[in-house]
Design a protein around this ligand. Sequence first.
Ligand SMILES: NC(=O)c1ccc[n+]([C@@H]2O[C@H](COP(=O)([O-])OP(=O)(O)OC[C@H]3O[C@@H](n4cnc5c(N)ncnc54)[C@H](O)[C@@H]3O)[C@@H](O)[C@H]2O)c1
Length: 313
Amino acid sequence: MSQSDQPVAIVTGAGRGLGREHALALARAGYAVVVNDLGGAGDGRGADATPAAQVVAEIEAWGGRAVADGSDVANWQAAGQLIDKAVATFGRLDALVNNAGCLRDRTVANFTEEDWDLVVGVNLKGTAAPLHHAARYWRDLSKQTGMPVQAAVVNTTSASGLYANAGQGNYAAAKAGVAALTVVAARELARYGVRVNAIAPVAATRLTDSVMSDAAKERFDPTRVSPLVVYLVGPQASAVTGRIFELGGDALVAVDPARPVAGLRAEGGVWTPEHVARVAPGLIEQLPPEMTIIDAGRFMQTLPVSSGAAERA
Ligand SMILES: NC(=O)c1ccc[n+]([C@@H]2O[C@H](COP(=O)([O-])OP(=O)(O)OC[C@H]3O[C@@H](n4cnc5c(N)ncnc54)[C@H](O)[C@@H]3O)[C@@H](O)[C@H]2O)c1
């Protein structure tokens, strides 16, 4: 493959944890990789260029191509420079993996404005900003050539956002926002040939260190998540867009985003509070049982085992 034929991927937050594994897996799958990482602590404080540089060195050591980038993805302008850097360094952009994230777990009554701004900033704006700049790049390219590009985005949501984990209001709100943004972007960018999907990983990293047993850490090795990312950006997923998958250990789950379940129309066209009060309990009864993050974990453990054939659950 000549260098100009080599596909190019950006992975944000790729200095450590899941992002590091995604970057290494994409490099092994033949991508030149922009390894973005601000390099701060798990709660979003500080910066360090070392983790991203180490991942680049690892990729280059076995003959891959990679470049480090220390942009803060929550900074709109820096996120634009990140997209420009991929194109300036490697001549093109085929895949964007929005993975950077941070945590500051507090209840709604306890979180501060700073906790809110930082967690929503990194997880949600830090997804929206690179997505926006990449979308502009691909839209303009598609208009220039008169052809759809073949590009893909993988965003990172979380079971915390999908199933509303108590104690993580800031993080869950940001990750639920990422899930909604994924579907919106998939609908908007399809005409330019850009697919957008999201993953909700479960992995032993510094973010989950305090909540996982040693057995769980082994089971949820972060390397086990990256094959989903490689699939989603690649040609085998050419018809897959606007979808959300959970992957943790050996379990892969397709998640249905919120949809209406039961409803009534008011006689005379207008609801009164009393009329709502009479029918609301009956509507609620028709909803599926509430799914917590613990229920979702149990669900994963009850899944049938796939042998590798194209099976249905
Ligand atoms: N580990 C899990 O079980 C789990 C579960 C659900 C979702 N996630 C999500 O997966 C992603 C990766 O998390 P992880 O568990 O590997 O954590 P991690 O802390 O090991 O990795 C996150 C990386 O993002 C980088 N980062 C943070 N803020 C940044 C910024 N503003 N700009 C650029 N880089 C920044 C950090 O330096 C770090 O290297 C996150 O979005 C996280 O919310 C993880």
